[in-house]
Design a protein around this ligand. Structure first.
Ligand SMILES: Cc1cc2nc3c(=O)[nH]c(=O)nc-3n(C[C@H](O)[C@H](O)[C@H](O)COP(=O)(O)O)c2cc1C
Length: 156
């Protein structure tokens, strides 16, 4: 399965570490959303979209990248994020909006992964930040297991 991972990670590179762990399992290429890959899209069966969570959502550059994609057929996608707060899937989590945009483009969503990421934004700086050291070894191991499930079973 040819896989491309699109990742936005500007705060501490937290999400990029998760992307690298997943890419190692999936033998995937990782790009930043600023790169225009729409013409190469036919090369890939599976796309991963990862982002730090900024203002309760994926970064706008990921939305722009998805917006510029053509409508696809027979392609799968997964999403992943790191965040300073807890992702609460019951209210659709931080990935709800990007999932909707990907579905509108014709992707079958086969998985979602999230974990904590070191955060010193705003008031958290005053207390030395939260989630120090994250994503840690355990988080990256879980990210690899997630990627393995996608690879072996086509979903999570
Ligand atoms: C401008 C800004 C806004 C943020 N907003 C949120 C937020 O709304 N919810 C949250 O859980 N974390 C928030 N965070 C924390 C980041 O999601 C967290 O540190 C993440 O791991 C950053 O990923 P990165 O290092 O890949 O950029 C914010 C961080 C920054 C810099």
């Amino acid at each position: 399965m040819e896989t491309l991972i699109v990742c936005k990670s500007y705060h501490h590179g937290n999400t990029w570490k998760v992307a690298e762990s997943m890419a190692g399992v999936l033998d995937a290429e990782i790009i930043e959303p600023e790169e225009d890959y729409s013409s190469n899209l036919s090369d890939y069966d599976l796309l991963g979209f990862g982002s730090g969570i900024y203002w309760a959502s994926f970064h706008g550059d990921i939305f722009d990248f998805v917006q510029d994609l053509p409508v696809v057929e027979g392609k799968k996608a997964f999403i992943f994020s790191t965040s300073g707060m807890w992702n609460i899937p019951i209210i659709n989590g931080f990935g709800g909006k990007i999932r909707d945009r990907l579905s509108e483009k014709g992707f079958e969503i086969v998985g979602g992964f999230s974990c904590g990421g070191y955060n010193i934004f705003f008031l958290f700086k005053l207390v030395g930040g939260i989630h120090r050291g994250k994503p840690n070894e355990e988080n990256l191991k879980e990210a690899k297991e997630f990627a393995r499930r996608i690879e072996e079973k086509g979903g999570w």
